[in-house]
Design a binder for this molecule. Structure first.
Ligand SMILES: Cc1cc2nc3c(=O)[nH]c(=O)nc-3n(C[C@H](O)[C@H](O)[C@H](O)COP(=O)(O)OP(=O)(O)OC[C@H]3O[C@@H](n4cnc5c(N)ncnc54)[C@H](O)[C@@H]3O)c2cc1C
Length: 430
């Protein structure tokens, strides 16, 4: 059975929340879909111990309580065709029809392989943050945070709030790049305050520039790490290493719908116009899926997309001006935290690249294209459908083009059966 909404919004992070709210205020019926049980996306992910900031709570409440919005939690989009989406929740699978669609599917962390990165105790930076918020015990644990980008500070602050002993933060960007970035920060006063607040929460935690974790070691679990800094190599004993190298847009659903993509460094993002309209009629996109821009861009773009999806003409121009400012900040971030060659050279021939299918970097040497690599090694064909390994390989400049195929996520047979039974999407079941 198919439900129909005037506007369907996929994702209840900052972009999806403001998109749904802006559309609903135009009087249309909105379905707000998210795979998670609770709204908030990545930045406002539910924390079992600490409540979200007041602004986030207001934003979530205003959207979920809006009379025109149906909130569909724990509902994953696993397939798509023009005008409708195949979704499954814990009880059933069904088609959702839409007049207009807003993709606010966010981003995921870029994890780059290095010796020992698959040991228990090693996670992404945002990954550790998510675990802590879901109740993973960190009290008293020795935690090191490493990689690149502002997410490292946020992850370290979350770990500390949850009782971890954060030993250090190692940032691969060089000191000179960071100084240039800091000197230009006066243009974004809110960001200065945000950074200052994080530094206060992390008082006493050393922050090292130009430093890379080159290996994680341990028998059954992480015991120590090796770090290469500007002046020396050192070993640090720790219980948990959180290491992430920025974010990559979640473009799989957009690609399945036929939306045009464009380069975002080594990754891809959805191409949109000034009204957040993609290349596909009736499909809009907002937030990190259109390029990594942070929470403020996501909020503004969501509002633009929500209005544009209803055909509204007013209220968009002022948002577009604010969007330009927020995106300019994102460009600065991208330049400052660009991944250096040292990081790209960390993986060795025997380092696992595809951890779903146990494929090493060396096993890919013989293959120049993604198809050959997939056929011979199964790289990218496991449950994550290349979300981790293809993202990493793109950064390493190897085997480009491994991409998720339908279904977008591992799906129940019941869901797959629904597709061909309708007679229009046999490809979903193949
Ligand atoms: C792991 C991680 C942690 C982060 N932590 C912070 C932080 O602490 N501070 C900060 O400023 N920024 C953080 N960020 C950056 C953050 O992504 C943005 O600032 C902001 O959350 C982007 O908002 P968004 O609405 O574009 O996407 P998101 O907030 O990522 O929301 C996207 C939503 O779409 C849903 N979704 C995706 N695909 C589907 C599908 N097929 N079916 C159903 N639902 C789907 C997801 O479940 C998710 O809830 C983090 C990013 C990541 C990846």
């Amino acid at each position: 059975m198919a439900e129909r909404y005037d506007v369907v919004v996929i994702g209840s992070g900052p972009a999806g929340l403001t998109a749904a709210h802006a559309a609903a205020r135009q009087g249309v019926r909105v379905g707000l879909v998210d795979a998670q049980a609770l709204p908030g996306g990545q930045v406002w992910r539910h924390d079992v111990r600490f409540s979200a900031p007041a602004f986030a709570r207001r934003c979530m409440q205003a959207t979920l309580e809006h009379i025109k919005i149906d909130w569909l939690p724990q509902t994953r989009v696993v397939g798509a065709e023009p005008g409708r989406l195949l979704v499954e929740d814990p009880r059933s699978a069904r088609w959702l029809k839409y007049g207009a669609l807003v993709l606010a599917t966010g981003a995921r962390e870029v994890l780059l392989p290095f010796p020992g990165w698959t040991l228990p105790g090693v996670t992404g930076a945002g990954g550790l943050q998510a675990l802590a918020k879901q109740g993973w015990p960190l009290a008293g644990k020795r935690v090191v945070v490493a990689g690149s980008g502002p997410l490292l500070l946020a992850a370290a602050a979350t770990a500390r709030r949850h009782g971890a002993r954060v030993l250090a933060v190692f940032e691969q960007a060089e000191r000179a790049a960071m100084l240039r970035f800091t000197r230009g920060l006066w243009r974004w006063p809110a960001r200065v305050l945000q950074a200052a607040a994080l530094r206060t929460q992390l008082a006493g935690v050393p922050y090292h520039f130009g430093s890379v974790v080159t290996a994680a070691q341990g028998e059954d679990a992480l015991r120590e790490i090796e770090v290469s800094g500007p002046h020396r190599q050192r070993r640090i004993a720790c219980d948990q290493l959180a290491v992430g190298f920025g974010l990559a847009p979640n473009v799989e659903l957009a690609r399945m719908l036929g939306c045009q993509l464009e380069a975002e460094g080594a990754q891809q993002r959805v191409r949109v116009d000034a009204r957040q309209h993609t290349s596909v009629p009736t499909v809009y996109a907002a937030g990190e899926v259109c390029g990594i821009g942070g929470r403020d861009s996501a909020l503004i773009e969501g509002a633009i997309a929500g209005l544009a999806a209803t055909g509204a003409r007013t209220g968009i121009a002022s948002l577009q001006r604010r969007r330009a400012q927020a995106r300019a900040f994102a460009r600065q971030l991208r330049e400052t935290f660009a991944i250096g060659e040292r990081v790209r050279a960390l993986a060795q021939p025997d380092t696992l690249v595809c951890r779903c299918e146990d494929v090493t970097l060396g096993a890919l040497d013989a293959h120049v294209d993604a198809r050959g690599a997939k056929l011979a090694t199964r790289c990218g064909m496991g449950p994550c459908q290349g979300r981790i390994c293809a993202t990493a390989l793109a950064e390493l400049g190897r085997a480009a083009g491994i991409a998720a195929r339908p279904p977008l996520f591992p799906a129940r047979l019941e869901s797959l059966a629904l597709a061909p039974a309708d007679g229009v999407a046999p490809s979903l079941a193949t």
